[in-house]
Design a protein around this ligand. Structure first.
Ligand code: PAF
Length: 279
């Protein structure tokens, strides 16, 4: 496995890789969720690139950019075990040199849900993912369903900008109690970690009601909220029942494939999770 830092090192290393190339973009501090993306990419592509870059432009003021967990040596060991060929760890100053002023923005899909609470977050994501795509030129790129809105936004961007890149969205990987794996779970203390399982319980409460025939999105949202507020450590920021592609909130009858999602503070840590409703 080769590790590179600069754009020019990347260009040379990339030119030696056999096609098709798969890309797994990450911000590091890898967990089973990331590794499941790498495994899927390893099965489907001849060569595999992973990137590790804590992208400053997708963090808002007061968010956790400075405390975001980091462990590059451990990440490299894990990626090597998954058979990754090339790891790119760019520097922020190379990615955003002095005078940087060109942004990629997806207009409508970035407005609701996460976009409404984290202004400019998706501008940072789409800009950096564009730069990662341009530099690594993959045929396939792998993202997690855990960041459902991010996946929808990137799909839109790839289609709108005519990238010949297939976006593969892989299932959320969960802890035994249902908590979706996330690098941010390390912020939780013991009590908060126990409490954090409430997100998945709330999603399942709505899914169970749907299985029993409930089709009213207001009732599904209320059921999720009620479960969340039954947990003293949890402060829901939003719960949503929306169309999975347009992300527009449902008001009429809900059907299979609807996206149930939420952002919830557990103590000081903001967690997100989602499922797609199924019969
Ligand atoms: O999902 C992430 O880890 C990040 O948003 C991504 C796609 C690597 C862009 O920084």
């Amino acid at each position: 496995m080769k590790t590179v830092k600069t754009f020019s090192e990347l260009r040379v290393a990339r030119s030696k890789l056999a096609e098709p190339v798969g890309l797994v973009p990450t911000m590091g501090y890898l967990h089973e969720g990331h590794l499941s993306l790498a495994r899927r990419a390893r099965q489907e592509c001849t060569s595999l690139i992973a990137t590790i870059f804590i992208n400053p432009t997708q963090f808002g003021p007061g968010e956790d950019l400075s405390t975001y967990p980091r462990d590059i040596p451990r990440d490299l060991e894990l990626l090597e075990k998954e058979g990754v060929d090339l790891v790119w760890i760019p520097n922020a100053i190379d990615m955003y040199p002095l005078g940087f002023q060109s942004w990629v923005r997806v207009s409508e899909l970035t407005q609701p849900l996460e976009g409404a609470r984290r202004p400019e977050h998706f501008r940072g994501v789409t800009t950096v993912v564009t730069k990662l795509f341009n530099a690594t030129m993959p045929q396939k790129a792998y993202f997690g369903q855990k960041d459902a809105q991010q996946a929808a936004v990137i799909r839109r961007m790839v289609s709108d900008l005519n990238y010949h890149i297939q976006i593969v969205v892989c299932p959320t990987v969960r802890e035994p109690d249902g908590l979706a794996m996330s690098s941010r779970n390390t912020y939780l203390d013991k009590d908060e970690r126990r409490a954090a399982a409430v997100l998945y319980r709330a999603l399942n409460t709505a899914q169970d009601a749907y299985l029993k025939g409930e089709r009213d999105p207001n009732i599904l949202r209320s059921l999720m909220n009620a479960e969340l507020i039954s947990e003293p450590f949890a402060r829901p920021q939003y719960v949503s029942c929306a169309h999975p592609d347009t992300l527009m909130e449902h008001f009429g009858r809900v059907e299979d494939g609807a996206l149930l999602s939420m952002a919830v503070y557990i103590g000081g840590t903001r967690l997100i999770d989602n499922i797609l409703l199924e019969e």
